[in-house]
Design a binder for this molecule. Sequence first.
Ligand code: PBG
Length: 338
Amino acid sequence: MTQQSASPGFASTSPQPDFRRFRRTRMTDALRSMVRETELSPRHFIYPLFVVHGTKVRREISSMPGVFQLSVDELVRECIDVHRMGIPAVILFGIPEHKDEVGSEAYDEHGIVQNAIRALKKEVPELVVITDVCMCEYTSHGHCGIVRGNEIVNDASIELLAREALTHAQAGADMVAPSDMFDGRIQAIRTILDANNFTNLPIMSYAAKYASGFYGPFREAAESTPKFGDRRSHQMDSANSDEALREVAEDIEEGADIVMVKPALSYLDVIRRVKDTFHMPTAAYNVSGEYSMIKAAGRNGWIDEPRVMMEVLLSIRRAGADIILTYFAKDAARLLRG
Ligand code: PBG
């Protein structure tokens, strides 16, 4: 080793270190943004909303601070805001006046969601109105379809789901999103839509939807907790991801235009596999429990809520989701627009 000369103005002649300096591109905001791989923008969001009968109803969900059950008049006001913030789409969940064994209001042309769609398409025509197609909010037993004995029946249920989707389309919905996880529902819905001249109406399929504990707060919001049993006979087992690929492949085959993985955070690996395998427009649902945990910890001062929110949303995008359904849509849009 020779002694280094320390003459000012001359570069050192010592050998380069044999490690890479990743920190060079992290030194300033400008540099960090130049090398940033993943982008988060309000255009990626779908905002879920809960609609109820009545007027001037704005009832906060106790387990979901900042999320409300809204009557149609309040929903319209909310959606004008949402649209103004650059969020392109909402997804509607309805809470009916009466529940019965066969979920009649789900496919009633004057049901709560059908009324909400008509009002929104009149008042905020550019907002993309997506509807959740399921029966669990509408049935007295809280299951996603028809129940016989202890069985949640598949084939009779998908006929009703197809009818429900058709009434949404007829009311003016821009997209339907079946969330039940019965077999064959995408084909049944595509068939009835096409037969009624809705060939251009896209279907976003809840394609890989897991039986999850993270839906707890949603069931308070949508009043859809099953009265007996659970959803494990149709929603997926958390342990499986090869099966998720088979579910997604089948839904694409049957006519799904956008495929969804749900929940998002415990299933980031599934989002990545789905995106890499099918190269389809891929959505992920950042579900109620994922929202409520961050809200609760934020309120306790245990985490920096806005920071964690952005980190979580970015992680879902990084995993491969093009679209994120999230209760954080407005909060995040506000932050993103400075
Ligand atoms: C079914 C449906 C559920 C969610 C969306 N659609 C609940 C379930 O399957 O029990 C959950 C969404 C969330 O937790 O945010 N209609």
